[in-house]
Design a protein around this ligand. Sequence first.
Ligand code: CR6
Length: 830
Amino acid sequence: ERGASLEPSHPLARGPVASPPHSVDAFVKEFLRELNYGQGVPLSRSSLNDQYLALARTVRGYLTARWLETARKRRSHTERAVGYLSAEYLLGRQLDNALLATDLTQIAEDALHACGIELDALRQVEVEPGLGNGGLGRLAACFIDSMATMGAPCIGYGLRYEYGIFKQTFVDGRQIEIPDNWLSMGDPWEIAHPEMEVPVHFGGHTERYVDEAGRDRVKWIHGWDVLGIRYNYMVPGYQNGVVNTLRLWRARATRAFDLDIFNAGDYAQAVRSQTFAENISKVLYPEDSTPQGKELRLQQQYFFVACSLYDFIKHTQPTDFDVRDLPERIIFQLNDTHPVIAIPELMRLLVDDYGLEWEDAWGITRQCFAYTCHTLLPEALEVWPVSLMERLLPRHMEIIYRINEGFLDEVREAYPGDELRVRRMSIIGDHPERSVRMAHLATVASVKVNGVAELHSQLLRDKVLNDFAELWPDKFTNVTNGVTPRRFVRQANPYLSKLITDTIGVGWVANLDRLEELEVYAEDEDFREKFRAVKAANKERITRVLQRRDGIALPEGHLLDVMVKRLHEYKRQSLKLLHIVTLYDGIISGRLDPASVTPRTVVFGAKAAPGYRMAKETIYLINSAATVINADPRVEGRLFMAFPANYNVTLAERLIPAADLSEQISLAGKEASGTGNMKFALNGALTIGTDDGANVEIRRLVGDDNFFLFGMDEPQVAELQARGYRPADYYETNENLRSAINLIASGHFTGGDRDAAGLFVGDLLSNDAFLALADYQSYMDAQARVEAYYADQEAWTKSAILNVARSGYFSSDRSMRDYIDRIWHVKTGV
Ligand code: CR6
């Protein structure tokens, strides 16, 4: 152990320093020390950024003592830990979460106030680390929060992207991407360890040799190397003294690498190669539910898992550690296929570096991984061309071939003569080019494979990975996603949190099932009144936020209808647009009396992948429609559309608590789970949704009366597609639909430019891959039910309360419990 040989004589130096006391005086002192010594400025001359950095470091100081203590305890026993391998962590802002975890919010507020500073002003300074795209990255962040809160040993591993998800702006209604330089003001939450570099190799070739014992071995002659630099982040549990670790890797050029070129006299080239190596952790791919297939992306994946496996084995285990004991010490959870290259990497370590026999190494490896699949779109399952793998990771490609050989023998034994099946299941696919199917590799090597909601897991078993489920039925399981109640209720919705705590006590924050105690209050008129006051206050808050952030002036007294999620055709923002345009079209054509329309504000939030043309067109059309509809006096102020740019975790925390209606309208069978849907229900919005992903479970739990279901279910979708879907049929037979589409096509929203809407309309009428037109009428009918129900505020409030009371299941603490019981088998409470 590093530093183990030190022999301190000073008593203070023998243990880690204690946490500073929980008092305003102590906090002021720590804060001023950070400001004066850390930032090097006196309070009187400090900038907001100085103050924020000093505050963050002060709070981090309180966490550090707990962090060291947690690490010390963990070192002293040999319990199994979870290594969560994820290419994305969409953390959101850290300050509030750290204050809540340490129960310092009030103390910090008072301490800062005593220094003449408002805590709220400093909160606004924090730039959220956007190291993820959407649901998958945010899920990882929720999971590590829950593991810390349950006191479960877990280390999160990932990439420290210098640029996270791009910042979205709109210019003339079109999305423009701006690089997210989130580190430019300094990140006070990270702790760098540049001295602990991990070597990672790429390229080159392999050579066979015979070792001293006369055994055939393989040597990987590397083509080039980079170094992994370790950055630690603290992951505090909720008021339980536990602080876990999130470890993110940054790529740096090796010295040797630069020096060779430098010595050859080409300084400029030496610097260029440095940039080349450092590109690996430069930027997050802004792609969501679509495979990237880019070489740099594979480099990122291998880089971070190679660093992580090395780190776990060499840095977290005792020096006399025997790799044969690995399954007793760790279970690596593969968050989608992105980290799956860890499987051949572990085999390489065990066979080539530790000299284990292949069968022994495979026996170990097969106990060390579990795989979560997050998609149902077959085209979104990652595959890597064999040619690329051979060039970038030649040894890993050999190992994959050998794994595949053994696996296909197993298949042939189970299904003699069924070569078609063998070809379907092979880890190597042939079409359109020879490539490695990462989902197959993950399934073969993992202890368990899980989907992320009941319906999704069932479809994985029955369709996407059907052959594997037949061969290994016990390998497949479900763990329904969840969200952390700390961030998404306690922090995001302080008014509701206070009402809940005043009513049932504070225990719900770490035990969300207790929300069911609210159920009886749905019948309590006084409680309903208070519940409505909470919603109203949250609407006032989001009004202030959008005014300040986007210059958007929300109208008062509207039903707040919110659709926030990545822009994707399968999620059907198009259907939402058709709904609004239909209402608007009805009004301006005189078919609909504006006075009969429920005053409604629709808020969109969505980023489109920069290269996803249809998604960008949809954004443009929504913005165009918003400009026209909001300005049209014929609407009499009864419809309003808002599309604040750059939807992110911070905005979600403000927007979701204010929503009345949650839009979860994906085509059935396409949304693996969704997690936004859970956040809305927990904050008392009613869902309008299809029978898809976790909507199925939400509806079952909150009850049909408190959920607006519409559209085809998955079997009906499959049937319609098998019959042959013709969107034009719906256009021809549905008058309102036709009229709405015609209005868009006419250029009404695009300044008379028909071409501007051409792609969108053309696709809907001739292709409509996600059956928006087929579900249109059912969706319109459900929206009519929403309007009628909303007119009865008492009934609506009852339903909203029941949504909160019955959604405790969607805590990520419960998800973690399920992973622990069914997959990980690790101990909690440490
Ligand atoms: N896009 C699913 O589409 C799910 C999350 C987390 C997604 C979404 O339904 O809730 O994962 N899938 O499980 C992928 O990213 C591949 C997502 O976020």
